[in-house]
Design a binder for this molecule. Structure first.
Ligand SMILES: Cc1cc2nc3c(=O)[nH]c(=O)nc-3n(C[C@H](O)[C@H](O)[C@H](O)COP(=O)(O)OP(=O)(O)OC[C@H]3O[C@@H](n4cnc5c(N)ncnc54)[C@H](O)[C@@H]3O)c2cc1C
Length: 706
């Protein structure tokens, strides 16, 4: 292994050999140190001759590049806002308790137990009690969740199951009596619980659930039944080992006096005890199985639940949106099954908000590791000159810099989502509920898909060392992958965004008011309906391309065009195929529309965040990132813009060149930009990526047992 280390660090080996020949030990040390310092500083500030004509492809960019001064502490303070301290509390706690940090090699069973101890430690020892923030200060709750997920994603999900899902269902779907009875036990983890919605045969289609809760007026109880094996609750977090309760989603069935005998009132949520509080034995009528070893998140004990006529008191119906009286009468403020269903699911968007937010946290960790590694890693170089940092390769910049820009973009977009969500929790404004539902669905789908792809890119960007488990990409990728599926499959969620856009388009476009998020559509629809301006289509100056108005107009134009064209297509196909068939015929178009809209919202929020930044150095850095985010997305979809001559050929070329230049400029401050995420080293624990190479290699080789 030592030979291997030397091979990777050949100029240092040369230096050592030369001074060893002179036989002067202190001089030799000094020379080695001087070379090391020079070498390390060259990683961050490559000598200009590397970029002279005929050298690397970035040559033309370098001449125009001006280095921005970034104060990482100020930038970090702006990013983190007021929740920096609570996140630091999480990081400090686990840093001070190495025995609670998840080792690289751990069995499923040990990981589950460790995860439970981590959660208990956080709540009972460190005194970090996230549950109370779910209602009072959701932004704080999500900040804790992000930090916890950085320590071990299984712990983040376990915490999410306990507080967002099980706890959230009690708080949001129940009433005061439920809060009074369960709050404390959920908060201090005396009542570990589950959220049992998904069944073996129905995941995305929640209205198709088959579990039944029948009211028995003689005993004043509900009887919970799994009518067939397809209705077994499946994948339920906390069920296999730790859960004592489950919020079970089931069709509420009431006896009637007509010929049918019963009436189906739609899906409702019920608190069902599944294990004995003292002995922890499974309760009568409840059958629990283990979903076994998973691709990732093995610290979470997912299980399957089957119910055989399990009786629960009438009070265990979470009755905020519908209730059953002692004599079996149903009451609700909402007039239909569909409205009640929408209200119920609407209250559960918190889990989705948390996933979007945490996924950005994962993206940041991944980008930090890849960028730091790329700055330090040297391969090849001009003839007879030192090897250069791999981040000086244009291809590496192309892989990582737009990703770094996206991490910032998503950071601000998810902060905005959290603000909207908090506002909705206070006001319960109906329009805001719809807005947050759609925004959370869209951002969750878009961000988690982006992060999942980026994890592979980052792994590959770190070469073979990216494949070492110690560098985290494997566990991050495996643990995060399912973010694309749970809390709503991404393809299904994007369709909800498209559906909501079309609804707005159809209902309100003709003079009605659009909610704030969608307001841009009216204006850009007008510009879309007129021909693209042939003069602006040719403008290619840097000032114009970096003008937020040009960038936002381009994003909005694309969304409006997709919306208008899909509406026309849907109308046409509905005649022959019916609405379901027409929707399916246009499905890919609809998904592109949803993504385009979400990218537009993200850009708008990024632009706002740049403008609001009080520190000029940080603002310059954010502006650079924002421009890169916008132009990279436009370039990725340049075909769309070219097809309709929104962008002329010369402008397309200018956009491409500028994107490369901006990537290069971001690279020059990439160290500060990843440092500003302010995630502690032990979380981004990539020894080869985060420390000076020698120290890193020694850590790495020690880890590998040399
Ligand atoms: C690790 C893990 C933990 C989980 N934890 C919980 C939990 O605690 N509680 C809980 O209730 N559930 C939990 N789940 C279940 C999870 O929420 C579901 O898996 C998820 O909702 C997707 O449902 P499904 O698996 O049935 O997928 P499906 O809906 O069958 O989807 C399969 C594929 O079909 C596609 N598809 C489906 N419908 C459409 C459509 N209309 N249009 C286009 N494509 C479509 C999807 O895009 C997807 O690619 C968990 C799952 C896992 C793996």
């Amino acid at each position: 292994m030592l030979n291997y280390t030397r091979k990777m660090d050949s100029d240092e080996a040369d230096a050592t050999n030369r001074t060893a020949e002179s036989g002067d030990s202190p001089d030799r040390d000094r020379a080695a140190v001087a070379r090391r310092v020079e070498r390390l500083s060259s990683h961050l500030n490559p000598p200009p001759e590397l970029f002279i004509n005929g050298g690397l492809a970035v040559a033309p960019c370098a001449a125009r590049a001006k280095k921005i001064e970034v104060d990482k502490d100020r930038l970090s303070a702006y990013m983190r806002g007021k929740y920096r301290d609570v996140q630091q509390g999480v990081y400090d706690y686990f840093n001070s308790r190495p025995e609670l940090q998840t080792p690289l090699e751990i069995s499923k069973d040990d990981h589950r137990e460790l995860c439970m101890r981590q959660l208990m430690g956080l709540v009972r020892e460190a005194g970090i009690r996230p549950f109370r923030y779910i209602v009072d200060e959701p932004a704080k709750y999500f900040a804790i969740l992000e930090a916890v997920g950085g320590v071990d994603m299984s712990l983040g999900i376990k915490m999410g199951v306990q507080y967002s899902l099980w706890g959230g269902s009690v708080l949001n779907l129940g009433t005061k009596k439920h809060r009074d009875k369960y709050f404390e036990g959920i908060d201090n983890v005396e009542y570990p619980g589950c959220f049992a919605m998904t069944e073996l045969h129905h995941g995305s289609n929640v209205q198709g659930l088959q579990t039944v809760a029948t009211f028995d007026p003689f005993t004043d109880e509900f009887i919970i039944d799994t009518p067939n094996d397809g209705a077994i609750k499946w994948w339920i977090g906390n069920a296999a080992v730790h859960g004592k309760f489950a919020t079970v989603f089931a069709k509420l069935v009431l006896p009637t006096h007509d010929t049918k005998g019963v009436s189906d009132m739609g899906v409702h949520a019920f608190i069902v005890p599944i294990r004995d509080m003292k002995t922890h034995n499974t309760l009568p009528g409840v059958e629990i199985h283990d979903c076994g070893h998973k691709v990732g998140l093995n610290g979470v004990d997912n299980g399957a639940l089957k119910f055989h006529s399990v009786r629960i008191p009438r009070d265990n119906l979470l009755n905020r949106f519908g209730d059953v009286s002692r004599d079996g009468k149903y009451t609700s403020t909402l007039p239909s099954i569909n409205k009640r269903f929408a209200a119920t699911l609407g209250e559960l968007v918190g889990g989705r908000v948390g996933l979007a937010y945490s996924s950005v946290g994962v993206l940041k960790i991944s980008v930090i590791i890849a960028v730091r590694y790329s700055l330090l890693r040297h391969q090849f170089g001009p003839p007879k000159q030192p090897e250069i940092s791999i981040l000086d390769y244009q291809s590496q910049q192309h892989k990582l810099m737009p990703m770094l820009a996206s991490s910032y973009a998503f950071h601000f977009a998810t902060l905005h989502l959290v603000d909207k969500y908090s506002e909705m929790k206070k006001s319960h404004d109906e329009e805001l509920v719809g807005d947050v539902h759609t925004l959370s669905a869209g951002l969750k789908a878009y961000v988690t898909s982006y992060t999942a792809k980026s994890l592979s890119v980052c792994r590959e960007a770190c070469g073979g060392h990216g494949y070492a488990a110690v560098n985290r990409f494997g566990s991050l990728r495996n643990d995060h992958d399912i973010f694309q599926t749970f809390e709503g499959d991404n393809t299904v969620l994007l369709q909800q965004v498209a559906g909501y856009l079309l609804k707005q388009y159809q209902e309100k476009f003709q003079g009605g008011t659009l909610t704030v998020t969608w307001n841009y559509l009216r204006e850009s629809m007008n510009s879309y309906l007129s021909q693209p301006n042939p003069v602006t289509a040719r403008w290619e100056g840097e000032d114009h391309l970096r003008d937020p108005k040009f960038q936002l107009d381009a994003f909005r134009y694309r969304t409006s065009r997709l919306l208008q064209s899909v509406a026309v297509r849907l109308r046409k196909h509905t005649k022959n195929l019916g609405s379901f068939g027409a929707w399916n015929r246009c499905l890919n178009h609809l998904l592109t529309l949803a993504e385009s809209h979400i990218e537009t919202v993200i850009l708008a929020k990024f632009i706002d965040s740049v403008r609001s930044c009080p520190d000029s150095g940080s603002r310059d850095a954010l502006k650079l990132l924002c421009d890169l985010y916008a132009l990279d997305r436009i370039w990725n979809d340049i075909g769309t813009y070219r097809n309709v001559d929104y962008v002329a050929p010369n402008k397309a070329k200018a956009i491409h060149k500028l994107t490369e230049l901006l990537s290069f400029q971001v690279k020059n401050v990439s160290k500060e930009l990843v440092d500003a995420f302010d995630i502690p080293d032990y979380v981004t624990r990539a020894p080869i990526g985060m420390q000076a190479t020698e120290e890193a290699y020694s850590h790495y080789t020690q880890f590998a047992g040399f």
